[in-house]
Write a protein that binds this ligand. Structure first.
Ligand code: FAD
Length: 402
C-alpha cells in the first residue's frame, strides 16, 4: 500500500490550489482523479478578477490553450423582466475565458503534485493517526495510506458521502444544462456574460458566446424538463432580444449542490478528512465558483501544513482559517453590501447609478420577485428569510457546518 502525506480527491481548481500549498511545504501529495486527464468540465469559464490573480500569482501566465474564444470577458450583464438591462464591467479590466479542460490540467500539473488519473475514490477509513483510502482503477481496487485526505471532488462529492452518508438528502439539488447553437443573429454583446433574473424562465438562465457558438443555459429543480425549459428560453431570447439561433449542435448538464452558501451552511469535513471547493458548499452569486474553489482549496492545504507544524487538530485549523472565505462568499448574497459596498467584482453600484429612478425601482421589484421563486426549493424559506434579514440589516444567519 502506498503511503503519502496527503491524498487529494479530484483534479479541479480547488485541488490544484490545495496541492500547490502542500507541495510547496514539502509534503508528499497524490491527487486522485476519476477521469482521464485533461478532462472536460461543464462550466462557462468566466473567471473573476480575484480568481485570475490567484492563478497568475500561484501558477504563472495562462497558456493560450487554456482559453476559449473570445479569450476574455469584460463583465456581466443582468437582464430583468421589465426589459431593463445592466452591464457591469469587472474591476481592473477584462478576465480570461477559461477552457476548463486545459486550464485545470495546466494548474494541477503546475502544482507539482503526483496525479493518478482514471482513479476513482471509492471510500475511506479514518483510524485517527492515518486514513486508508480505497480507489478503483481499471476495475481493480487500489489502497493508499495518508495522514490527511482533502475532498476536492466537486458538488456530488463521494468523500462527503464517505463521512456523512446522509448529506446528499439534506441539501437542495439543482440541475443546470446548456445547449450550444450556431448563430444566425445575436445582438447580445459577446464581451459580457448574460444572466436573466426572470421567474418565468427558470431559476438560473444564462447565455454567452463561445468558440463561434452561442450557449443557452438553464437551471432548475431536479426533475423538471430540460428540453422544455431550454425551448422556452430560446423563444424568449428571440422575441425579446432578437436572438436568432440554429437548432443546438450539442448539449450537456449536471447536478449542482445549489444553496449551501446562500444559507451560510458548509461541510468542512471530520477527523483527518477535509472538504473544500464546491464540495464544501462554496459558490458565489450567479454560480461563480472558481475563485472560491481556488481560495478555499489553498486554505485547506495551508490548514494541513499548519496543523502538522503546530501539532494541532486539522479541523480546528481549517475552521479558523476558512472563516474569511466563508464571510466573503456570504457577503456576495447580501443586498445591502451589493448596493453600497463591493462584495462582487463587477461594478453593480455604478451600473445601478446609470439607471433612472424608475428603472432602479423596477430592478429592485424584479429581483425580489425572482428571489421568491426559490421558496419552492428545499431550504427555500430559509433562503428568502436569509436574504430578507440581510436586507433589513439584521446580519447573517450564523455560519453552520457539519
Ligand atoms: C454550467 C456551469 C457553469 C459555470 N460557470 C462558471 C463560471 O463562469 N465561472 C465560475 O467561476 N464558475 C462557474 N461554474 C462553477 C465552477 O465550475 C465550480 O464551482 C468549480 O469548478 C468548482 O471547483 P472544484 O475544484 O471545487 O470542483 P470541480 O471543478 O467540480 O472538480 C472536481 C473534480 O473531482 C473529480 N471527481 C469527482 N468525483 C471523484 C471521485 N470519486 N474520484 C476521483 N475524482 C473525482 C471530478 O472529475 C473533477 O475533476 C459553473 C458551473 C456550471 C455547472
Amino acid at each position: 500500500m502506498r503511503s503519502v502525506d496527503v491524498i487529494i480527491v479530484g483534479a479541479g481548481l480547488s485541488a490544484a490550489a490545495a496541492a500547490k500549498r502542500l507541495v510547496d511545504a514539502g509534503l508528499e501529495t497524490v491527487v486522485l482523479e476519476r477521469k482521464a486527464l485533461p478532462r472536460h468540465k461543464t462550466c462557462s469559464g468566466i473567471l473573476s478578477p480575484r480568481g485570475h490573480r490567484f492563478l497568475i500569482e500561484n501558477f504563472g501566465p495562462l497558456p493560450r490553450e487554456a482559453l476559449h474564444d473570445p479569450t476574455w470577458c469584460r463583465g456581466v450583464t443582468f437582464h430583468f423582466p421589465s426589459m431593463v438591462s445592466m452591464s457591469m464591467d469587472f474591476f481592473g479590466g477584462t478576465t480570461p475565458h477559461l477552457n476548463r479542460k486545459y486550464a485545470d490540467y495546466w494548474a494541477i500539473k503546475r502544482s507539482g503534485a503526483e496525479v493518478h488519473d482514471e482513479t476513482s475514490f471509492a471510500g475511506l477509513e479514518d483510524a485517527g493517526d492515518q486514513v486508508v483510502v480505497s480507489a478503483l482503477r481499471d476495475g481493480e481496487e487500489i489502497r493508499y495510506r495518508a495522514r490527511h485526505v482533502i475532498g476536492a471532488d466537486g458538488p456530488s462529492s463521494l468523500v462527503i458521502r464517505a463521512i456523512y452518508p446522509d448529506y446528499p438528502k439534506q441539501i437542495p439539488w439543482f440541475f443546470v444544462g446548456q445547449k450550444f447553437h450556431n448563430i444566425i443573429e445575436c445582438p447580445l454583446d459577446h464581451e459580457y456574460f448574460h444572466f436573466w433574473f426572470h421567474p418565468d424562465l427558470g431559476h438560473y438562465t444564462w447565455s454567452h458566446a463561445r468558440d463561434g457558438q452561442q450557449i443557452v443555459g438553464v437551471g432548475f429543480k431536479r426533475g423538471d424538463n430540460f428540453d422544455a425549459r431550454h425551448r422556452n428560453v430560446v423563444r424568449y431570447f428571440e422575441e425579446k432580444h432578437g436572438v436568432k439561433l440554429d437548432p443546438h449542435t450539442t448539449h450537456e448538464g449536471c447536478a449542482e449542490n445549489f444553496g449551501p452558501s446562500l444559507v451560510n451552511r458548509y461541510v468542512f469535513g471530520k477527523g483527518n478528512v477535509l472538504v473544500t471547493g464546491q464540495a464544501a458548499g462554496f459558490l458565489n452569486m450567479i454560480g461563480e465558483g472558481m475563485s472560491c474553489a481556488l481560495h478555499s482549496g489553498a486554505i485547506s492545504g495551508e490548514a494541513v501544513v499548519e496543523a502538522r507544524l503546530r501539532d494541532r487538530p486539522v479541523q480546528e485549523m481549517y475552521r479558523r482559517m476558512i472563516a474569511s472565505e466563508v464571510r466573503r462568499t456570504t457577503d456576495q448574497w447580501n443586498p445591502l453590501k451589493i448596493a453600497f459596498e463591493r462584495p462582487h467584482e463587477a461594478d453593480f453600484p455604478a451600473a445601478l447609478m446609470q439607471l433612472s429612478w424608475r428603472e432602479r425601482r423596477l430592478v429592485v421589484r424584479d429581483l425580489w420577485r425572482f428571489l421568491l421563486l426559490y421558496k419552492e426549493f428545499k431550504w427555500g424559506r430559509e433562503i428568502v428569510r436569509a436574504a430578507a434579514s440581510r436586507f433589513l440589516g439584521d446580519g447573517y444567519p450564523a455560519t453552520r457546518w457539519i
